[in-house]
Design a protein around this ligand. Structure first.
Ligand code: SF4
Ligand code: SF4
Length: 126
């Protein structure tokens, strides 16, 4: 079956401003289900280039990495409030200058998972 979308893949990809916020590790409160951002970023995100270094293979290498599309982008509760895709479904979306994460985040390679809770941040602070 061929899946059709209103926006072709090339234009879809062009919407992303490569802020990288969706590549930050998030923690979920087991009791409340609340999602908290950390300043820890996926090991494959290059903060010099503001790019995923394994983009074409990311779903194979990082199964938890979600492929955004027109159907799910509005359904993912933890998507950053400033994500450029919000302009597609949020009439009140105000474009913001893309944040750059260099110097503000730390690679997951550098943090012991037991220490993740000490890296909680407010996503608005980035
Ligand atoms: S694999 Fe790439 S796109 Fe996925 S979270 Fe990591 S850096 Fe981001
Ligand atoms: S948060 Fe949105 S705009 Fe930023 S990198 Fe992720 S998909 Fe792209």
């Amino acid at each position: 079956m061929v899946k059709t979308t209103k926006i072709d893949r090339k234009h879809w990809e062009a919407i992303c401003d490569h802020c990288g916020k969706c590549c930050l590790i998030k923690l979920e409160d087991e009791d409340s289900g609340e999602i908290y951002y950390t300043n820890i970023i996926c090991r494959y995100y290059d903060t010099d280039q503001n790019l995923c270094t394994i983009y074409e293979k990311r779903r194979e290498i990082v199964p938890a990495c979600i492929q955004l599309d027109e159907e799910n982008v509005n359904q993912i509760p933890w998507m950053p409030k400033t994500c450029a895709y919000r302009r597609l479904f949020d009439p009140n979306y105000q474009p913001v200058s893309p944040c750059r994460l260099k110097g503000k985040v730390i690679s997951e390679d550098m943090v012991d998972p037991a220490d993740y809770e000490n890296h909680l941040i407010n996503q608005e602070d980035l």
